[in-house]
Design a protein around this ligand. Sequence first.
Ligand code: OSB
Ligand code: MG
Length: 327
Amino acid sequence: MTTPIRNAALYRYSLPMEAGIVLRNQRLKTRDGLLIHLQQGEQQGWGEIAPLPEFSQETLEQAQQATLLWLQTWLAGGQPAFSEWPSVAFGTSCALAELQEQLPLSADYRKVPLCTGDPDELFDVLAALPGEKVAKVKVGLYEAVRDGMIVNVLLEALPELKLRLDANRSWTRAKADGFAKYVNPAWRDRIAFLEEPCKTRDESRDFALATGIAIAWDESVREADFVVQAEPGVVAIVIKPTLVGSLARCRELVNQAHQVGLSAVISSSIESSLGLTQLARIAHWLTPDTVPGLDTLNLMQAQLLRRWPESNLPLLDIDALECLWRN
Ligand code: OSB
Ligand code: MG
């Protein structure tokens, strides 16, 4: 039997962002990335490769070079190893999984709404949310005490509400304690988790034990010395596949988490609607009991290639993209 002929193309996109989106220290005016399209006989698959500035180690240029190398080997009929760059490993593995029909089509389009702290606004969002009332609030951007008050007000005003919080390692233990002091102990178990409260893992663990507020690992998951394990006060790991690597690596992390009783939360690295809808499929497949953290589409002004259900953002088609390369 002969192997059907392989074809591939590589596109580059640049999507305008909503004004004022800041990532760590940098304003993000456009979201730039690559799309790969693989074809083999009747089969085909797409993947998105979009290193996230301030978060990914690799630049878009490095990702592009690595993707071209991977494509050459794949086109020659080989099974190239996935790149060392996580964004490249993720995008190429998704394209291959689609081509080989290994990534199921059904998806979990629920998302945990990102909320700014206005109870009235959140009340409306939650009323429209089917099922579990869970929202996410970024903390650590302003005064820790202010964050504590806001979280307390939200939990007090909306009795059904559960919160995911994310401090992105911004607090010292003292600041974190300042936050916790303002959250009524009776409501602390409605904080599903607080991601990475402190600058170090040790401080975050101590914080969880001292306050009874459950924590989750996000940044830590991407560090070389990280081991998935059950620890007192830790309830979840956050997996951002664009920053983590291949589908196989993500799957391994999910399995390790579930084996030790932790939740695994598939989460966005601000991919386009193409990548986001794939993340929704991955979440439905690998973490069916956990709502993924995918409420980032509205940071952009357009969708790409595939629609997120119920989004009214305009859709850019493949003709709108720059084709960098095809065989
Ligand atoms: O702070 O966890 C973060 C997206 C890109 C980069 C960093 C972060 C995020 C998100 C994604 O918060 C949304 C989510 O996890 O719910
Ligand atoms: Mg985080």
